[in-house]
Design a protein around this ligand. Structure first.
Ligand code: TYM
Length: 335
């Protein structure tokens, strides 16, 4: 089972799972999942760094789990689990905290942004977030971590922490490589083509969910902010159109060059309609599968339990090794 190199990735169960998450992360996971032993988590401990309504949070986390499977992640071939079901994450985080520096955590771009947004709840978790993320990855000896570009800095920190630990105690952690898709590692908002498409954008027209209805998808692309020219070209000064080209290319597997030739003079209306159509068609089976899966919560919880057990067994191996290396006494068994 673990002969293949390990791939690890995760998504926070906040807001909606967007086509940005799909293109920047999940679609790449699907493309390379055969080459790796893959472990995917719903990182529900990460997302409590901002306040969540408990009832909503519980149902959203399960909905995200169903969306993972509906996208094609196979619970037989890979491990799909909830982070909070594997206590080793929290435990390794504490240990790694003692090998991480305040200065490097304060420099994280996402911390700076989030601390501005959450000035009224500037909790320690916001600062410590990347150490938990390092623990996620290092627990499983992951060698590749496919993410969007916004997570690259966190990955670099995870590598630094792993390297620091290995230098003190000898080889303990695999140093993970970041895997960025060739294109689409940053999908932009449909309403502001300079801002990242975000799961929790308060403007509902900014992001498209992967389980959204066809009508709503069509409406959002129709309203997508572009520019006042009319030619379809991939250019820095045409961020809206370029973003739509990346989306269309990712959904159809046609190259941007091919699409530019096809749509150059088609007009924005037709272009936007076709982007919407491609997104609708690509996501149709995902939505249908999702609806089917959500009718069987017992099945979802059952495979989540199995995923957690398999994940915990792997995580425990690394944690035990770490504890031994740093000099903690092994827990005596009572019989
Ligand atoms: P999160 O939940 O914000 O996003 C999940 C994944 O989607 C990518 N992504 C995007 N890619 C392209 N365009 C976008 N607009 C876009 N928005 C999001 C993210 O880069 C990410 O790959 N800290 C992580 C979750 C995490 C994790 C981990 C990831 C926790 N532990 C361990 C990998 C390994 C996060 O907040 O992602």
């Amino acid at each position: 089972m673990e002969k293949k190199p390990v791939l690890y990735s995760g998504i926070q169960p906040t807001g909606i799972l967007t086509i940005g998450n799909f293109i920047g992360a999940i679609n790449n996971w699907l493309k390379i999942q055969e080459d790796y032993f893959s472990i995917y988590s719903i990182v529900d401990l990460h997302a409590i760094t901002v306040r969540q309504d408990p009832i909503e949070y519980r149902s959203r986390a399960l909905s995200f789990y169903a969306q993972y499977i509906a996208c094609g992640l196979d619970p037989e071939k890979s491990i799909l689990y909830f982070q909070s079901h594997v206590h080793q994450h929290a435990e390794l985080t504490w240990i790694l905290n003692c090998y991480s520096y305040l200065g490097e955590l304060r420099r994280m771009t996402q911390y700076k942004e989030k601390s501005k947004k959450n000035a009224d709840n500037l909790n320690v978790g916001l600062l410590d977030y990347p150490v938990l993320m390092a623990a996620d990855i290092l627990l499983y000896q992951a060698s590749v971590v496919p993410v969007g570009i916004d997570q690259k800095q966190h990955l670099e920190l995870a590598r630094d922490i792993a390297d620091r630990f290995n230098n003190i105690y000898g080889q303990t952690f695999t140093i993970p490589e970041v895997y960025l898709g060739k294109q689409g590692n940053k999908i932009f908002s449909l309403q502001d083509p300079f801002a990242k498409m975000s799961k929790s954008d308060p403007n509902p027209d900014a992001a498209v969910s992967i389980i959204e209805s066809p009508d709503s998808i069509a409406r959002k692309f129709k309203r997508a902010v572009t520019d006042s020219e009319s030619v379809v070209e991939y250019r820095e000064d045409k961020p809206g159109i370029s973003n739509l080209l990346v989306i269309l290319s990712s959904m159809t597997d046609k190259s941007i060059d091919t699409l530019v030739k096809e749509y150059h003079d088609a007009g924005y209306k037709k272009f936007k309609e076709d982007v919407a159509e491609a997104v609708i068609e690509k996501l149709r089976p995902v939505r249908e599968d999702y609806e089917r899966l959500m009718k069987d919560k017992a099945y979802l919880l059952n495979i989540a339990g199995q995923g957690a057990s398999r994940a915990a067994a792997l995580a425990e191996r690394t944690l035990a090794k770490v504890k031994k290396k740093i000099g903690l006494i092994e827990r005596p068994s009572l019989n």
